[in-house]
Design a protein around this ligand. Structure first.
Ligand code: GLP
Length: 241
């Protein structure tokens, strides 16, 4: 794992955008594994800037997102589809038909999950996967557990995650308790991973990335087995390293 520590969130965002832009420049039809949450917001802003400056062309790129809340459709302002549209897709020349986010509203979530894995497979896997990290070490919505799932599945959110994400909702009881998430399989098979973390509340989870332990109780520790991970941190998130 390659760790990069910056003084500010702005620098974290600019560097992460540079890494992602490099992948698109090398392969115009790259498959981008994208993430939501506050961590990558600044990176998306930087990517939009690069696009507006004529330095980045998304016309052939495809994207596949990690997760979506069960029960929220794309018009809900806390759905991850809405997040992706407003934070990136609406502002760059990406064909929305080439952007994929799991469907959290379909009647048969299991069947939807199975099709999502087929989709990832049919795209030829992921060229670069962007990740945030939960304060408990979750990636996507792969929560700490005795075992982790390889494939896309419906996850029950932990109390800690519900509390952490409540800041985006009117109240904690409005946070969905389940989500459809990519499993750890396609994440670990991604050719390259960029993990972004900022803020003191991530310091514990970030420290677990350097400890000599791999455990499903801290899902992000699995990333130690991946050959090309760049962890991009501000100094608060790097505080316990
Ligand atoms: C959320 C998402 C993750 C995200 C993480 C951290 O629950 N499912 O994909 O990485 O939690 O979010 P944030 O960046 O807002 O701290």
């Amino acid at each position: 794992m390659n760790f990069r520590v910056f003084d500010s969130y702005e620098e974290v965002s600019a560097y992460s955008a540079e890494l992602l832009a490099e992948v698109i420049s090398e392969k115009e039809d790259a498959v981008l594994g994208l993430a939501t949450g506050s961590s990558p917001v600044g990176m998306y802003k930087e990517l939009i800037k690069l696009h507006e400056e004529g330095k980045l062309d998304f016309s052939k790129a495809k994207s596949i997102n990690l997760d979506e809340y069960v029960g929220l459709d794309g018009s809900h302002d806390q759905s991850y589809r809405y997040f992706m549209n407003t934070n990136l897709f609406d502002h760059v020349n990406m064909d929305k038909k080439n952007t994929f986010v799991p469907d959290g509203t379909t009647d048969d979530l299991m069947e939807g999950a199975r099709k999502y894995d087929e989709l990832i497979e049919s795209m030829g896997g992921i060229d670069v996967q962007v990740l945030g990290i939960g304060p408990n070490g979750h990636i996507g919505f792969n929560e700490p557990a005795d075992e982790l799932k390889m494939n896309t599945h419906v996850a029950e959110l932990t109390e800690e995650t519900i509390q952490a994400n409540a800041r985006f909702f009117a109240s904690e009881k409005d946070v969905p308790t389940r989500a459809v998430t990519m499993g750890v399989g396609p994440i670990m098979k991604a050719k390259k991973i960029i993990l972004i973390a900022s803020g003191e509340n991530k310091a514990w989870a970030v420290k677990s990335l350097v400890d000599d332990v791999i455990t499903t109780k801290i899902p992000a520790t699995l990333l130690k087995l991946h050959p090309d991970v760049t962890v991009v941190l501000d100094k608060e998130a790097a505080g316990m390293l």
